[in-house]
Design a binder for this molecule. Structure first.
Ligand SMILES: [Zn+2]
Length: 312
């Protein structure tokens, strides 16, 4: 069955102008992992006593505007060679990993939106964000695992849980012999990366701001922590964290947080990818400089992907 019941664009949430459909798991990925028309079981139809839903991967699609679809097809064409390189166990640049994190945001949110469509909104929530408003907006992480002797294929791990239905913050994506574990949430790793973070976050329930989060008691850690978070994961091959400061449209407002008055925070800037050159770059585009921040967890038990033997 084709997933086209809802007429909201999976990228921007507006009514699409045409009949374009977006493969939330891109077609190149379906081809890379087997027959794109293979039929799988994923999800349950909550309107029919939780009957398992079976469909072809190639029909795992959502409505999209033509313009949005074209815009994000560039991300797909950029990512394909990077995923292929990872499958060959080659190293990527930090910039490539940032793009991979963008792509994982896209896939994760896309899967969440499609699941609401095919399962008929089991948790009765109305998604109030879409792919465009969620890419590179919140702290995020990817852990990469290498799986030996796995057949070709895709698995979406955790994406069929009820908690994912309410809160699409974490999922695992198996691509042949590689597993990408991806997490993204508000200030999920800011404290550990030495970035400002709110000590309290309260969800407003009721009133005019119902559903919004109130952030209070900002703290300014002076150093990075090891480990960066308390996540207890099996040892991955690559483990990356990226704190994302709260977006601000004021280019002079470096921290992007209410009450943060420093025009230029040299300590924070030293933690961004541009490092010592951040001051000049910030004058042009402070948000980009601060957003493009990646912390590699460098504990001795981790290896770079390139350190692994390549397969023939
Ligand atoms: Zn759109």
């Amino acid at each position: 069955m084709a997933i086209v019941q809802s007429r909201s664009c999976v990228f921007c949430g507006k009514k699409p102008n045409g009949k374009t459909r977006e493969h939330v798991l891109p077609y190149w990925l379906l081809e890379l992992t087997g027959d794109p028309t293979r039929v799988v079981t994923l999800g349950q139809d909550f309107s029919k006593e939780k009957k398992p839903i079976r469909y072809s991967w190639s029909n795992y699609v959502a409505p999209a505007c033509d313009a949005c679809n074209n815009k994000y097809s560039k991300l797909e064409s950029n990512i394909k060679p990077k995923v292929e390189a990872l499958l060959r166990r080659e190293a990527l640049s930090v910039g490539d990993y940032v793009e991979l994190l963008d792509w994982l945001d896209k896939v994760r949110v896309g899967i969440w939106l499609v699941r609401h469509l095919i399962e008929k909104h089991p948790s009765k929530i109305s998604p109030n964000f879409h792919i465009e408003s969620r890419i590179a907006q919140k702290d995020r992480m990817v852990a990469i695992y290498v799986l030996d002797a796995h057949p070709k294929g895709i698995n979406l791990l955790g994406a069929d849980s009820m908690i994912f239905n309410d809160m699409p913050s974490c999922f695992g994506l198996r691509i042949n012999e590689m597993l990408l574990l991806n997490i993204s949430s508000d200030f999920f790793c800011s404290a550990g990366c030495g970035f400002p973070f709110p000590a309290t976050m309260k969800l407003q329930i009721g009133g005019s701001n119902s559903g919004k989060m109130v952030l209070q008691n900002f703290q300014y850690p002076t150093d990075t922590m090891h480990p960066i978070t308390k996540l207890r994961l099996f040892k991955p091959v690559v483990w990356l964290y990226q704190p994302i400061p709260w977006p601000s449209t004021d280019l002079n407002f470096q921290g992007g947080f209410l009450g943060h008055v420093n025009k230029f925070d040299s300590r924070l800037a030293s933690l961004v990818l541009e490092g010592a050159n951040a001051r000049e770059r910030c004058s042009d585009n402070s948000r980009a400089a601060l957003r493009h921040t990646v912390h590699f967890q460098t504990s001795s038990n981790l290896m770079k992907l390139s350190a692994l033997p390549r397969r023939s």
